[in-house]
Design a protein around this ligand. Structure first.
Ligand SMILES: C[S@@+](CC[C@H](N)C(=O)[O-])C[C@H]1O[C@@H](n2cnc3c(N)ncnc32)[C@H](O)[C@@H]1O
Length: 230
């Protein structure tokens, strides 16, 4: 699904305003931070996107690796955190070269929907290899089959009302309908999984899984899973 990487690496309309982008990444960082297990933990955020508030994740950790596939987004993130003592920005092929059993926490949030089944399987077994025996993999924002676009739209409007960007959210939703986002959504699709299927995919990779009580981020209709090496 490299079409999605290109789209997400362009000036796309997913964030309806600067305020939306800022509060989105602040909330994600806040929720991911809660999973950092210790002050020496080595953490990987795979598919980090703009990662505006990644310093909040790095603060309670030993080291934070931010991996982003899109070259423009990755360059911007690298510039933002240049000189940060704990943050390193890497490309997906560099993740494959990390040492086995070297990571305490791997997070992949709002990425699985853009991956083919083979891409997801490849990443899950890579993460299994990279995790320490007591490490944790957090798979966030998994879209269940029964969650429709209007449910996503409502979650965005609620988030906008709560965080002061409701007008931009309304305008942004209308703009999205006429954007390449819908064209890609209908041609490439978004991968969806029910809890049983994703648990099975994680088990195939050697991970045992439980569903987190709540999803990371603003959309409670999507799911987060916590997986540990078996
Ligand atoms: C919506 S962004 C998520 C950013 C951030 N994790 C968040 O939750 O806001 C989706 C991410 O998936 C990544 N992605 C999409 N398709 C991918 C692929 N085939 N391989 C690796 N990363 C991919 C994109 O580069 C982007 O960083």
């Amino acid at each position: 699904m490299s079409g999605w990487v290109d789209f997400l690496d362009s000036s796309h309309p997913i964030y309806v305003s600067d305020r939306h982008r800022d509060v989105h990444y602040r909330l994600i960082a806040h929720d991911i931070r809660a999973y950092v297990p210790s002050p020496t933990a080595i953490v990987l955020d795979y598919g980090c996107g703009d990662a505006l508030h990644a310093a909040d994740i790095a603060a309670p950790a030993g080291r934070l690796l931010l991996c982003e596939a899109g070259p423009h987004v990755r360059a911007a993130v690298a510039k933002r955190f240049e000189g940060h003592p704990k943050i390193t920005v890497i490309a997906p092929d560099e993740v494959g070269r990390l040492h086995d059993h070297s990571l305490d926490l791997i997070v992949m949030h709002s990425v699985a929907q853009y991956l083919t089944a083979d891409e997801l399987a490849g990443l899950l077994s890579l993460f299994r290899r990279l995790l320490k025996p007591d490490g944790l993999f957090v798979l966030g924002d998994v879209i269940p089959p029964d969650v429709s676009a209007p449910t996503d739209a409502l979650a965005l409007l609620r988030f906008g009302a709560r965080e002061g960007f409701l007008a931009a959210a309304l305008f942004g939703l209308v703009r999205t309908v006429f954007s390449s986002y819908w064209r890609l959504r209908s041609t490439l699709g978004l991968a969806r999984y029910d809890a049983g299927t994703i648990t099975q995919r994680l088990a195939t990779a050697g991970l045992s899984t439980q569903r987190a009580p709540r999803n990371i981020g603003h959309n409670p209709a999507r799911m987060t899973f916590l997986a540990r090496p078996k």
